[in-house]
Design a protein around this ligand. Sequence first.
Ligand SMILES: Nc1nc2c(ncn2[C@@H]2O[C@H](COP(=O)(O)OP(=O)(O)OP(=O)(O)O)[C@@H](O)[C@H]2O)c(=O)[nH]1
Ligand SMILES: [Mg+2]
Length: 352
Amino acid sequence: MRVLKQHLLPEKACVLHYSIRYFLNESSLQQTKITAPSMSQALAKVKETLGKDAIIVATEEHQGQVTLTAAVEDNRCVTPRLRAIETPRTEINERATYPNPLAAIKAVCDICDEHQLGYGFCEQWLKELSSDFIVSPVGITRSLSAIVPFCPYWLDEASPKQPIILVGPQGSGKTVTIAKIAAILLSQKRKVKVLTLDTIKAGGVSQLQSYLDSMKQPLLVGEQKLAEVLMRCKDPRSDEFVLIDTPGLNVMKEEDQSFLYHFFQEVNSPLTLVLAADMNPIDAEEVARNYYFFNTQTLIATRFDATKHYGGLLSAAHTCGLQIAAYSDSPSIGDGLHSLTAEKMIDYLLFK
Ligand SMILES: Nc1nc2c(ncn2[C@@H]2O[C@H](COP(=O)(O)OP(=O)(O)OP(=O)(O)O)[C@@H](O)[C@H]2O)c(=O)[nH]1
Ligand SMILES: [Mg+2]
């Protein structure tokens, strides 16, 4: 797989080539070269000549001709099939299924390309996908859920014993999300205690105050209230969910990093990163990495309505193993938050 690193997406042919080689012992393959005017014709010829178990180990395009080096495995080969038997799959992919492994590999490469998911992400997804080649048709959903942690029951499983603390870059949607979480919990007849630490931004307090006024809930303000609300979480009799909004930070700046460091020491609880889904993958990954240092375990994505490209969100979650807890597709508090599963994510990735 080291070789693949020298080839950058979107050279899908290379990904196709090396991703298959990755889990096959090449020395045990019988190879044949087949040339045709197009990829689909070449693939059809491969199937006709070597049978449906043939795999493609190399592709070349030259003067309008496609040459595929195809191979059939012999019995000694370490195949994805054997690996799949070793790791039984309980979830059957019903969505986003493809007639054969090659079509599934192409679909994954196309998605990675379209959503600017980097080479590492694509490589991991293809590696995981190989376990599903045992069944036909081949689904791409399970393999996505294996490399990106989705946590659709996050809010249902939340407990008053642990504060929900939202952190993230300026303008990522923390305050709106805190108000949405409060609204959801209140609609479930649960109690909330909301604190904002954003006394920095002009209008930061009044923004959240106005959301909470409409829910007839008080707002606690300022760092001096932090110890008090954290004590509530420690009280086993408390049935109030503590929600904490924080100022937007630029963790590339030392001073903001230092704020986050001290804050994280003081709260001593996991943090939830709020990230706009339309952030570009490189920046999103960098931001997630910076927050990850400070016990950030979950991620809420906002602005799903403002983009059709989700590479930033997926890269951030994948790189740091952040669980995707929920997503927002509207600035309106009444529209709430939605849970995200791999199935739903695949629909977004395929623009369904
Ligand atoms: N389109 C859309 N806009 C959103 C969504 N969530 C939040 N917004 C808007 O994004 C802007 C920023 O939202 P805030 O909640 O104020 O963001 P914040 O992270 O608290 O911002 P700071 O406190 O300045 O760091 C506001 O105009 C919101 O209305 C969403 O899911 N979709
Ligand atoms: Mg805010």
